[in-house]
Ligand binder design. Structure first.
Ligand SMILES: *Cc1c(COP(=O)(O)O)cnc(C)c1O
Length: 392
């Protein structure tokens, strides 16, 4: 949908999170937009229907509920428009579909979310699209991989399992010189901590399931695009027939209002846990770009405004059994996929199982933590139990 006219004021981010995408005047004064369950829209006349001027035409094409979230995200991203899809993965696949056609070549970072790779290796390949993976640290040298038919570069910064920071401005510069689109899975930083459009990204992806929803109770995705990429994104989204149910959209809108304060707390707690972990004798390396010791820290500091609650921990050399004992000993860190909710989570990660352009050479076992909103002292105590079980 078009740019949000309601929110043209230059408020700071926290204020925009509160004000954007809602208009009490349109809803009898109620603070939040209504949850519209609807497919058919009844028109007053053939004139209203066929003039194309009606605000709403059919549930799949937008309702007051879905448009409120689209407006809000378009505003926060500084984008030309936003579409909603039923999951974060659907956002990754839709953006890729909108950025290439049969015969094109796309470049995907070797650190990309693994199901994104799976989509490329199955669907894109079967469509006759060439897919190559590249070193996430490649920077401006991405230009050496361009072919005459390269249509898009897919980025993710930092990678959600291995946490390499990508030099997005350098990649954008090289790509735009050849009229190649740059896509970014911006779920880790969210629009609050990385300004994708401001850094030249053409399409930016959010797994709304994570921090936008923020409560582990909804799956949702969004893709926002700049003026150049928006017409194609909107057309492909419409052709695919995607629609997200109103209750889920409503919960995402509700989550958005508190995203600023939540993220600040996730960041504060995660940084404290990261520093504490770094000092542990059982830990080889902590992967968290906000840490000064992280190899991506300089880029993070230059380009990002903050960090979320997701980080990686490379344990000193140990067996998988020992790492599993660490995980199984924890109580507050739940063993489960996803992240971005209020609760702490842990998973075991093996990047060797999917990397192709680069190798993952860390000798130690890698675990991933999502630091939730619990008290940090309790989280440390929980991790102590894990270290006691690890027995390195
Ligand atoms: C979780 C995640 C996705 C996919 O989101 P779903 O809603 O689980 O489909 C995409 N990208 C990243 C970086 C993620 O962490």
């Amino acid at each position: 949908m078009a740019k949000n006219e309601k929110c043209t004021k230059n408020y700071h981010t926290d204020t925009r999170l509160v004000t954007t995408g809602r208009n009490p005047e349109e809803n009898d004064g109620f603070v939040n937009p209504p949850v519209i369950h609807g497919s058919t829209v009844i028109f007053k006349s053939t004139e209203e229907l066929y003039s194309g001027k009606a605000k709403y035409s059919y549930g799949r094409r937008g309702t007051p509920t879905t448009n409120a979230l689209r407006d809000a995200l378009t505003d926060l991203e500084g984008a030309a428009g936003t579409v909603l899809v039923p999951s974060g993965l659907a956002a990754c696949s839709l953006a890729l579909l909108a950025a290439c056609k049969s015969g094109d070549h796309v470049l995907i970072t070797d650190s990309a979310y693994e199901p994104t790779r799976h989509f490329a290796d199955t669907v894109l390949i079967s469509m006759g699209v060439e897919v190559d993976y590249y070193d996430p640290l490649i920077g401006a040298d991405i230009g050496t991989l361009f072919k005459d038919n390269t249509s898009a570069v897919f980025t993710e910064a930092p990678g959600s399992q291995t946490f390499e920071m990508q030099d997005i401005p350098a990649i954008v510069k090289a790509a735009h010189a050849r009229d190649i689109l740059v896509l970014l899975d911006n779920t880790w930083a969210s629009p609050l901590y990385f300004d994708s459009m401001g850094h030249g990204v053409d399409m930016t992806i959010q797994a709304g399931t994570k921090y936008i929803v923020g409560h582990s109770d909804v799956m949702l995705g969004a893709v926002s695009a700049n003026e150049k990429a928006w017409p194609r994104l909107e057309a492909v989204h419409g052709a695919m027939g995607y629609h997200v149910g109103p209750n889920d959209v409503y919960l995402a809108l509700r989550g958005l209002r508190t995203m600023g304060v939540r993220l600040r707390q996730h960041q504060e707690s995660a940084l404290e846990i990261a520093k504490w972990l770094e000092a542990r004798p059982e830990v080889d390396r902590v992967l968290y770009p906000a840490l000064e010791s992280d190899p991506g820290h300089a880029i993070w500091k230059r380009d990002f405004k903050g960090a979320c609650g997701l980080l990686g921990v490379v344990l000193k050399d140990c067996t998988q059994k020992q790492a599993f004992a660490f995980i199984d000993a924890l109580e507050l860190f739940g063993l489960g996929f996803s992240w971005g909710g209020f609760e702490s989570l842990i998973t075991y990660v093996d990047p060797r199982s999917y990397r192709t352009a680069t190798s993952w050479d860390e000798p130690g076992k890698l675990i991933r933590l999502h630091v939730g909103l619990e008290d940090v002292a309790d989280l440390k105590e929980d991790l102590e139990k894990g270290f006691a079980a690890l027995k390195i």
